[in-house]
Design a protein around this ligand. Structure first.
Ligand SMILES: C[S@@+](CC[C@H](N)C(=O)[O-])C[C@H]1O[C@@H](n2cnc3c(N)ncnc32)[C@H](O)[C@@H]1O
Length: 241
């Protein structure tokens, strides 16, 4: 049965609730990376970084420090690494995830000569030496309840030097119905079958973001809320713009 889309669902995702063996967990993350690729999930984040690079804010004298919160399998950071290499931008990339299996799975899926670091921990306690220029996240915000989401926005705002980008889903019956039908036909991990529709139901409409930004003390108009194909709702902040 379709959920009530008028408010964020509180149904837990299996990924957050169930402990499974490492191989099983990796299979789930691999399938999630396939869904990310097929649903063009990397584009909004890479477009934001391109906008930042073109804005003249990136120092040519030191690497751009980017942290991906809730990095999971690390596929977004591997894309960002390629984006930076193509443009000759020096970067320091860190993936942060509270589940220790994520760091292990992401490291195993990353070329041995890569300099991406994988860190286990909660964003609330993460204070790296040298600070952070940019925080990105993808499919992470909807894992948080409303109060934790406000803490996340406030933490990013207080922590970053240059900006932050939240890449998440638009809560809407159409992507929910499409994903349910698509996942019936696809042989994805059972977590992806279950958590995909739940993620859409836990996700956001623009009004949710406006309320959360205000509650986090982010000035009106300082952050942009942007809808991206297919049914992504992204929130970005470039400091000093
Ligand atoms: C659906 S996964 C998203 C993975 C990846 N970003 C992607 O787009 O495929 C959400 C991740 O957030 C992590 N997570 C949840 N709460 C967290 C917190 N407070 N700090 C850091 N990571 C957290 C979970 O362990 C999980 O790996």
């Amino acid at each position: 049965m379709a959920p009530d889309f008028s408010r964020r669902a509180t149904t837990p995702e299996l990924m957050d609730a169930e402990d499974v063996p490492f191989e099983d967990y990796c299979a789930c993350l691999r399938d999630l990376a396939t869904v990310n690729r097929l649903t063009l999930a990397y584009r909004p984040t890479l477009d934001f970084l391109t906008r930042l690079a073109r804005s003249g804010r990136v120092s040519p004298h030191r690497p751009l420090t980017i942290v991906d919160v809730g990095c999971g399998y690390g596929d977004m950071l591997r894309r960002i690494d390629r984006w930076a290499q193509r443009r000759g931008i020096a970067v320091t990339l860190t993936g942060l995830d509270l589940d220790p299996r994520a760091a292990r799975a992401a490291a195993a899926a990353t070329p041995h000569d890569s300099s991406i670091r994988w860190h286990t921990g909660r964003f609330e306690q993460f204070r790296p030496d040298g600070g952070i220029d940019v925080v990105v996240s993808s499919l992470f915000g909807h894992h948080l309840d409303d109060a934790a989401l406000i803490r996340f926005l406030a933490w990013m705002e207080a922590t970053v030097r240059l900006g932050w980008f939240v890449n998440d889903l638009h809560r809407h019956p159409l992507p929910w119905a499409v994903f349910v039908a698509w996942s019936r036909a696809a042989r994805w991990h059972r977590f992806v079958h279950h958590d995909g529709p739940v993620s859409i139901a836990r996700a956001f409409v623009a009004g949710d973001w406006r309320r959360s930004l205000a509650a986090a003390g982010i000035p009106d108009g300082a952050a942009q809320i942007e809808w991206r194909v297919p049914f992504r709702l992204c929130v970005s902040r470039l400091k000093g713009s």
